[in-house]
Ligand binder design. Sequence first.
Ligand code: SF4
Length: 464
Amino acid sequence: MNKDTNNDIAVNNDMENSLNNTNNLEKDNQKFLTVTMGCQMNVRDTEIMEQMLREMNYEATHEQEDADLILFNTCCIRETAENKAYGRISSLKKLKEKNPNLIIVVAGCMAQKDQEAVRKRVPHVDLVFGTHNLHQFPDLLQEFKRYHHVKTSIWEEDEGLVPVLPTKRKYSFSASVNIVYGCNNFCTYCIVPYVRGRERSRLPEDIIAEIKELVENGVKEVTLLGQNVNSYGKNFKEAFDFSDLLIEIDKIDGLERVRYMTSHPRDFSDKLIDTIAQSQKICEHFHLPIQSGSDHILKEMNRGYTREMYMNIVAKIRQRIPNASITTDIIVGFPGETDENFQETMELVNDVQYDSAFTFIFSPRSGTPAAKMEDQVPIDVKKERLQKLMELQNNSSLRINKALEGQILQVLVEKVSDHNSDMMSGRTRTNKIIIFPGDEGMIGKLIPVQVTRAQTWNLMGETV
Ligand code: SF4
């Protein structure tokens, strides 16, 4: 059972002042500003909360001085992310003094993890709620506006799934769709299972209906989201897994591309590789976080697979889908990681030949078992290992990209390049960024682009 830990805090003087000015609070053109930190799941949650605000007659602004409500959707995956969030929220204290009607909201993982800390460190915040009761946001906000009590509402467990609202998205042609919430894996370095709760899968019919509606509204590409999409459907009474879901999504007329994140090697099946190999729309990009090439470290991380199991998956992908790109996440300097353990990671990276890798230095996350482990690796050793790993990976990335020179690839055009307004930026099916001459009229279209020059991080091209 969920335990509701609602707490009302006494009204402070500033808030009493705002009580006397309800006209301002209820004016029609209320404005909101959102700040999103962390992962794709948070980006999607922010879209949902923004839509809730629009339905309460708020409109978006980019100026914090104009905002009547500022919402922070926070991340606590690393201590630095948390400190950054506190820094930004603290900096609003002066603005709040100038404008006592400003409502400051803290949502997301940091709020879920430690509501007391949020209330203590940033007492000028008005509303705090966690990831499990995001759907309560409109009620909590209305309640706050009515009674002007600083409101904290954190559910310790999730009671269900967040309702899906039609939302405004970053790109009109590309959208994220949640398919599974939470995580049951408890990797020893990760806070996610504590703040996002146990795994819950959305019903396939709901997901399909949402995607069909998106396609009717011009969406060409969907990214299916979950902390571990491969465990989709495990809580269903009847057998229906992630592959079954992909097979159904692949049939949707008008949809051009399907992506998904994140895939856990522990639950990665042969059936999934076969499904992707036979599909039309599922992109040939596999993001498979390895984290370490050492069996000893993988065990300490509680990852649930060995190096050999992982390499078998890679071999099957290469065999069934030779043009697939494979990317990964790697942590260096996990507690107890020896030079030999790190060398095993280097060898694995060399063997796999990843298209790219997100590489991280292990940083202890309080509240996780790894933070209390002995044998923490000194920071200079971690930095040195990271440097070596990045050099190795960058060489692989460039070599793999070079092999694409001259090829014509299908590109979904996303935006004008950040660095040159005469150039466009798009993405290949294998998730490589390609920059080429073009104009804004191309945005949202699928076009063929020839690779003219490969770089480590992206490709340069020409339309053909
Ligand atoms: S699979 Fe591991 S790293 Fe990923 S969210 Fe779950 S616990 Fe965290």
